[in-house]
Design a protein. Sequence first.
Length: 562
Amino acid sequence: MKDLSEEKQKLIKDLIKNKKFHQLEFEVNSLLLDRRSSFLLNLLGVCKISKIPTSKKELNESLDLFKEAYLKDKTSTDALFNYAEISTRLFKYGEAKDLLIEYLDINKYDYKANLALAKIHFYLANMDECLNNYKKIIDNNEANSKMWAAFLFTTNYTYKYNQKEYLNFCNKFADKLKKFDDKDLKSFQYEKNPKKLRVGFFSADLRTHSVTKFIEETLKILKQNNFEIIAFSNNNLGSDDLTTERLKEIFHEWYDIIKLSDLEVINLIRDKKINMLFDLTGYSTGNRCEIFKNKSAPLQISWCGYCNSSGIKEMDYLIADQNLIKKEEESNYSEKIIRLPKIWNSHFLISSKIEVNELPAIKNKFITFGSFNNYGKLSDDAIETWSKILKNNNSKLILKSSVHDHQLVRDNIMSKFKKNGIEENKIIFMERLKSNEEHLKLYNKIDISLDTFPFCGATTTFESLWMGVPTITLSGKIFNSKFGVSINENLNLNNFIAKDKSDYIEKTNLVSSDLNNLTKIRKSLRSLVMDSALFDNKNLGLNLGKILKDKWNTFSKLNKNL
């Protein structure tokens, strides 16, 4: 900028201030004819991405400009961070990752570089590395609420931190959450002895999402059994879909809160006389933790969307079952534990029109394993263990992810298998499918599903079992590492539950060697799951309703003066 005439400097500043990016682009292009300086290259890239709307062509052009700008002058950090940002938007961040690592090797710490690198590592399923970058920001006291939540969410994917360490992080974050002054908060309006309990549900995922597959039928049961159910939807603008419209027909009341401030949401919930408020989001995307920190409802309950402790002392309960959290494990959670009688969740019934086929191994003459969990759950420990299984026989492994499915992450996962001695012909990556029916039919290619760890599958395990494919799971030490345990326990499939990685390998080899037994299981699994708690929405809803009424009665008796 300083190399330009004062007149040009003033013109550029005015154009930026007035957001006249088309005219600015023309001016910068004319200046670049004389000299392709780092400053001008970066500015031209900014012009291209600042247009509304921005085309993919312009995004790609800006990517090249930011890269050229940074390579011309490696003190131009704006160009580097712009390059990293657009790289992630275009899923072309391989080289951006290397440049950021090189930059941090020299500069040791930089907020923007660590944040950009954390995002890239998350998309590449390098969860330990992602946590390292977030932790550096946290240690330098520069993490905002959104970043803290991303860090806490990501800890679920690895063994890097144990539950005690995780809960300590949660407590630190909870202490940083804003507490509003009482004078700004409306008083609670709830009725102590209502004819119908008013139960609120906060979520950022009231749309086609795995969460709605578990709550939709349960909501209907609650509605039928004298509960008034109210939605507080934090769905992103434009993300509502047919599932959203269906849910709106179930809820008695529906409030879109995405545009409201936390204070406005808290006062809205209090004003609507909510007795109990469910958090279906936790630390996943779209969270609004201050809503719960400031006690929007007399009783607050975490369920379904985030299966771990929040560390927020104002969150009263966490819903689990007897297989997920034992009595002696309760100290690992800040909430009191509600245990549903059999299973913590039930899935809505999947279409019976999609038939279960013959065991693929009969025709293939080899075992086909599969995992349709998102690639972020493919931890280094899981890949190492699966590699040992794949080495033992002429088997193959099919992988498919519902999120972050692009070539860079596939290449990264494949490189991890190669490090463990597995050749490319053993791993089959499947494309993400738009149709859920086509997705379910892919299970007809699989003999045995391999559950991820430490973050186990939930939706994928329900789907797999519905399609006649049993799932080998590894029992962990916390809620979200024992989904598979609870599911298989409810089906008496104990021989598909491993106590450690060696047992996981041994059990997988054992069940995959008996094709007759696998055939029997495949033919009987759908009937078995239909008669189990896995799809028994009615009983789960009735049990949950009874528990909620009991909890409210206890609360009312203990708080007579409120």
